[in-house]
Ligand binder design. Structure first.
Ligand code: NOJ
Length: 549
């Protein structure tokens, strides 16, 4: 494994700082809180942290609208405090990844403030301006174009009005991106998670999009656009100099198009965050729900595992700041503890680099707020106002309960004291009322907790070449309730079995595993020795054995 592939044996913890830990009592999570909790992160057994954007931002999209790329949001602290966090993380052996958001900036960024003034200033071509808009919709609100009276033109915003798209065709903009990368890499960060990176090159002429597709009608003209691989190659060159890792976020990417970024001459990313496996209970967005289908979940995972095997490397995740909590979606709140652990087993032993999102490791669940006004996330608000509007409000609010990104953004539940120990002040957002039982301190004390189970899973994975690098094969792909797969390296094999049923269920082992001595390495059912042919609700088992290669 080359020096640049250090990420393959690692796992990462994602911190969405605003809700992680408040160190100065103003109700907002910050880098002082992060500093104090780095030991907790380390003790989980991960090897690095991905920070969602820490930069100054008016928070129209909670940090994904950046107004200064080379500074730290005053809510979170100072550049100096960031350096303290970075140094301490490194001392603990944790890598640090920053979020690189360069498809768009905030409209409050200096570049945009200048660009909007006239058609002939040094920043006038930093954004995408037109006299007449095309028919594209914004993914977040209304049309993708906003009129700017000063310049008497429209600017493009694929996300909110406050997130104008940068004009990546302008070489000066690409130089700015590289400059931002160098700024953080020189400081010592270890790589980037690159936001909606497959959207940065738009088709020349910006033709109209598909007529009948709401919200994403322009996507055929801005996903994997004509110059994407040239631009990515430029950024890659910078990252390579520092042996930095690059992880792209690829909304609506297919495994086929992802391979262009991950392999061959055009290789420009080490990994791609895909979405296929997050659509097992919805269409396109979590707001458009359908019943969870284990088959859909499995087939998405298997497709990525098989296609990438030996050629590229997966990102493994079930939660991040953009998705509601996974137990509330693919698991069962009734079988909170068991389904939380089964979900962990279902993905942590696949081939790839696991990401764990803050609170996932203690089994945090969705919050249900009583009115849409209480939600903060722009996507939740606009989905509510814009999609399926013939449905009664009550029904749409239920959709928000099941889909809101805010469920992943409630304050981290540290203990059972007031506001879950997140802040000594008044928290900026609602704490999930279940914090009295679901919290890190209680799980620290309970040897059987979800937290301790995550630690065991991560440690098992880290210490096994087979779990890190072994070949993946799925058994019984059509089974609606059981996910079973193996990882094999030479004569070592792991067999992983997860039940997604809320009833006991009889299982059959694949032929090659029958009559073999199977050693049960992990299980979420107490008293289970691994010999029973019946799996209890949401039971998960990890066996190790020897096979003939
Ligand atoms: C993806 C980010 O993860 C999400 O939070 C954000 O709203 C969009 N990109 C736009 O930056």
């Amino acid at each position: 494994m080359g020096k640049t592939e250090w990420f393959k044996e690692m796992s990462f913890y994602q911190i969405w700082t605003r809700s992680f830990a408040d160190g100065n009592g103003d109700g907002i999570g910050d880098l002082y809180g992060v500093y104090d909790r780095l030991e907790y992160v380390k003790a989980l057994g991960v090897d690095g942290i991905w920070f969602s954007p820490l930069y100054p931002s008016p928070n129209a999209d909670y940090g994904y609208d950046i107004s200064d790329y080379k500074n730290i949001h005053p809510d979170f602290g100072t550049l100096e405090q960031f350096r303290n966090v970075l140094d301490k993380a490194h001392r603990l052996g944790l890598k640090v990844l920053m979020d690189l958001v360069v498809n768009h900036t905030s409209d409050e960024h200096f570049w945009f403030q200048e660009s909007r003034k006239s058609r002939d200033n040094p920043y006038s071509d930093y954004y995408i301006w037109r006299d007449k808009p095309n028919n594209w919709d914004s993914l977040f609100e209304g049309r993708a174009w906003e009129y700017e009276p000063m310049r008497k033109q429209y600017y493009l915003h694929i996300f909110s009005k406050k997130q104008p798209d940068l004009n990546m065709d302008n070489p000066k903009v690409r130089e700015e991106v590289k400059d931002i990368m160098r700024f953080w890499l020189d400081m010592g960060v270890d790589g980037f998670r690159e936001d909606v990176i497959n959207f940065i090159s738009k088709r020349e002429g910006l033709p109209d999009g598909l007529p009948f597709v709401p919200m994403a009608n322009g996507i055929i003209h801005y996903k994997d656009g004509p110059h994407i691989h040239e631009y990515m190659a430029e950024f890659r060159k910078v990252a390579r100099k520092y042996h930095a890792v690059q992880i792209g976020e690829g909304p609506m990417t297919t495994v086929r198009s992802a391979m262009h970024y991950l392999t061959g001459k055009e290789k420009s990313l080490d990994m791609m965050i895909s979405f296929d496996h997050m659509l097992a209970d919805c269409f396109m967005t979590e707001y458009l729900q359908r019943p969870f289908s284990l088959k859909r979940y499995k087939s998405a995972l298997t497709r990525w595992q098989k296609t990438l095997d030996g050629k590229a490397w997966n990102v493994l995740y079930l939660e991040n700041h953009d998705h509601p909590r996974i137990i509330s979606r693919y698991g069962s709140e009734r079988y909170w503890k068991k389904s939380g652990k089964a979900l962990a087993v279902s993905y942590l032993f696949l081939q790839g680099t696991p990401f764990i999102y803050q609170g996932q490791e203690i089994g945090m669940m969705n919050i249900r707020l009583s009115s849409i006004e209480k939600y903060k996330d722009i996507a939740s608000k606009t989905n509510f106002a814009r999609l399926l509007t013939r449905e009664p409000e009550e029904k749409r609010l239920r959709r928000v309960h099941a889909s809101s990104r805010d469920s992943a953004r409630t304050p981290m539940q540290w203990d059972d004291s007031r506001y879950a120990g997140f802040t000594s002040g008044t928290p900026w957002f609602f704490v999930n009322p279940n914090y009295k039982t679901v919290n890190a301190a209680a799980e620290e004390r309970d040897p059987d907790s979800i937290l301790q189970f995550y630690r065991r899973c991560l440690s098992l994975r880290k210490h096994s070449r087979t779990l890190l690098f072994g070949r993946y094969h799925e058994f019984f792909p059509k089974h609606p309730k059981i996910y079973m797969y193996e990882r094999v390296l030479e004569d070592n094999a792991y067999l992983i079995i997860c039940s997604f049923s809320d009833k006991p269920i009889q299982i059959q082992l694949p032929k090659k595993y029958q009559n073999r001595k199977l050693q049960l390495m992990l299980c979420n059912e107490s008293g289970q020795d691994g010999t029973s042919p019946v799996m209890s609700p949401y039971e998960a088992r990890v066996y190790r054995t020897k096979i003939s290669p």
